[in-house]
Design a protein around this ligand. Sequence first.
Ligand code: CO8
Length: 371
Amino acid sequence: MSQPVIAATGLYVPPDSISNNELVDAFNAYVGAFNADHATAIAAGDMAPLLPSSADFIEKASGIKSRHVVNKNGILDPAVMRPEIPERTNDELSVLAEMAVLAARDALARWGGNVSDIGAVICAASNMQRPYPAIAIEVQNALGVRGFAFDMNVACSSATFGIKTAADFISSGSAKAVLVVNPEICSGHLNFRDRDSHFIFGDVATAVIVADEALADGGWSILGTRLKTQFSNNIRNNFGFLNRCAPEGIGAADKLFVQEGRKVFREVVPMVIDMIIAHAEHLGVDPKGLKRLWLHQANINMNDMIGRKVLDRVPTPQENVIILDEFANTSSAGSIIAFHKANSDFAVGETGLICSFGAGYSAGTVFVRKR
Ligand code: CO8
């Protein structure tokens, strides 16, 4: 059986960035205009006024200071409050595929291998911009990859589920190398008029090349992968192809991201801690001896708690990598950005953990050892 290796990773960061203050100013301008428009109903007690957002709250509750986005102007315009992304013709590369290709090219350049050695492309992300043809097939075509390609969506856990799928393809001989791309335009399914969640997400794309060890110069041996899902309505998005069939109309708010953030926090953190420790024991890895955690980036307090329990001490910032201060939650890409940015100091034989968790619920653990 072939040994799968993470041979290289790549990152594409959209050029626009929005600070908490900028986002809150736009949100509060919208709130001011809304409350003025409904002043009579509010004064009569028929309607509750909208409450302002706060940059201090956002940083304290989440650890987020800014986020990269594909279009800043639309999001910050109180009359628009969504990214403005013009439609492209069918002859142009779609925007999601374009981001994926840019991240993939970064990974390919770091790998130094041949595109002709890649046998499959998986686009693993929390939303595809169309049902078909698959974004992955468009990426495959743009890069000139042979073999096959398909899309998969496991929300924030898409990347680890994609890596596990790729690793299984390598082990079984279905492919010698697999490209996994995670293009995330989270701003496209975020309700920027919702005070509880308008600050949570950002846009980015990551790429991971999983290859047979014979095709990797160095890289990271995948010691083991484990996936878990458990149904929950606490993170949900009801957007879909049947929306137009509802006789009662399409509605609005729940066709974007909605969550019960507190419940998610309470339920997901223990699930993930148990999963990591059980998987480490199964692999004969001492969790306290892990050099680094590259966790999903949703909330700094979640990561602090998971890091403390897994390592059995207060982790240093080097041990428990945080990138959500700059990127916010980028869904599936978060743990891969952390891995991509903070692994160059590993010596051969040192071990770390890539771990995702999110909607579904879903969680994935990928233990890796520097080779
Ligand atoms: N400004 C000021 N005050 C606010 C704001 C705001 N923006 N928002 C809420 N408040 C107030 C509330 O009104 C409340 O006030 P009061 O105490 O008077 O009632 C108080 O602050 C506390 O509110 P919360 O209890 O909601 O605040 P929390 O401390 O729980 O923090 C978080 C909220 C940050 C959302 C936190 O609960 C959290 O991060 N939870 C974990 C969530 C998580 O990990 N979710 C994962 C989702 S991502 C995923 O799985 C992928 C989905 C696919 C991608 C989607 C792309 C769009």
